[in-house]
Design a protein around this ligand. Structure first.
Ligand code: PMP
Length: 360
């Protein structure tokens, strides 16, 4: 009764959403700060009688606001129930039944799951180490029908230049979706500036991170009109609910609040990156709201995860070969991050104290 590919599917594992209120939650790259107060005002002033009705199926006002931000037409924008839904619909619209879907390893661990759900063939490339390497890739390889390119990348927090993305898209007819879930934390422009030049390029964005609205589920794709129309043909009629639309419109009308939040997070990120490096950690350059960090020997990543957890701080750990030596730390508020450093320092003291006793 159940399709074979679903029987065999390893589902996506979302980061834990613990019920204990006191935990410091640095595990799912949510924003440490609240959304614009205008979101709360809009929701509380909403006429609840309107909930009798279906929401706008085309999210026109949201698309107008996004179009203004990116200087494109509303016809270039598709809006969905979080970027996860948008990415999933892309696998239905742009990949034939015997088709192929590609991505880098490591990158967002949902892509292989979406590929398996679609019954398509996974084509995995090692994550290029430099922008120059990315630029060469589509010259020397035939790309799969659809390629997910996370930029900045998750979980490694690093970024490829726009020039490299342009080269990557130029040499292929495949649909390339640049997933910019963390784009507002980066110091370079969005690849959405390139959509007029490359009809196969689409950019995916979300209100979950920079706009502090993971709870409402609102994501969108920017791209050429034909590809956008294809997505509108296959989506659920009312894929974005009315409460989400009200909240998203209020947030998008107040981009300054989002930018201030991003600024604060980037300042904390750069400070903590340096603090960890001073303690001998390897920390990748980050253009996101998280750090990709490897503790110095003799400490290991799973040990640090457990030590932090024991003190009520949760971070994300991926046990696969390419990622097993690192932990991913979402940037929290300054006091939260200071507490994390204190736990790390105390753990080090405790570790050497115990080893000294064992030796003696
Ligand atoms: N893309 C990437 C790279 C992500 O890390 C995430 C968050 N897990 C998403 C997309 C999904 O975002 P959304 O909340 O909009 O579904």
């Amino acid at each position: 009764m159940i399709r074979k590919s679903v029987q065999n599917l390893t589902p996506y594992t979302p980061g834990e959403q613990p019920k204990l209120a006191k935990l410091i939650k640095l595990n799912t790259n949510e924003n440490a700060y609240p959304p614009s107060p205008k979101v709360g005002e809009a929701l509380s002033q909403m006429d609840f009688e309107r909930l009798r009705l279906y929401p706008d199926p085309l999210c026109i006002r949201i698309r107008e606001l996004i179009a203004t931000e990116f200087g494109c037409s509303i016809d270039n924008i598709f809006v969905g129930n979080g970027s996860d839904e948008v990415l999933s619909l892309a696998t239905e619209a742009f990949v034939e039944n015997d088709g192929t879907i590609g991505f880098f390893n490591p990158s967002y661990s949902l892509y292989p799951v979406l590929t398996d759900i679609r019954d398509a063939k996974q084509v995995e490339f090692p994550l290029p180490e430099t922008s120059e390497e990315l630029a060469q890739l589509s010259k020397t390889n035939k790309l799969p029908d659809l390629f997910f390119l996370t930029n900045p990348n998750a979980p490694t927090s690093t970024i490829f230049s726009l020039e490299a993305i342009e080269e990557f898209c130029k040499n292929t007819d495949s649909v390339v979706i640049v997933d910019e879930a963390y784009g507002d934390f980066a110091s370079q422009k969005s690849a959405a500036t390139l959509i007029d030049k490359y009809p196969n390029l689409m950019v995916c964005r979300t209100l979950s991170k920079s706009y502090s609205l993971a709870g409402i589920r609102l994501g969108y794709l920017i791209g050429n009109i034909e590809l956008i129309e294809a997505l509108y043909k296959i989506k659920d009629s009312y894929n974005v609910n009315m409460l989400t639309q009200v909240a998203a419109i209020a947030a998008l009308e107040d981009p300054e609040w989002m930018k201030e939040n991003c600024k604060r997070i980037c300042a904390t990120r750069d400070r903590i990156k340096q603090e960890l490096r001073n303690r001998g950690w390897f920390v990748a350059e980050s253009q996101t709201n998280f750090l990709w960090a490897k503790p110095p020997a003799p400490f290991t990543a799973p040990e640090l995860r457990d030590a932090l957890r024991a003190e009520g701080i949760i971070i994300r750990y991926f046990s696969q070969e390419q990622t097993k030596d690192f932990i991913r730390i979402t940037i929290g508020t300054d006091p939260q991050m200071d507490e994390m450093l204190e736990v790390i320092d105390n753990y080090k003291k405790y570790f050497f104290y115990v080893h000294k006793i064992i030796k003696d």
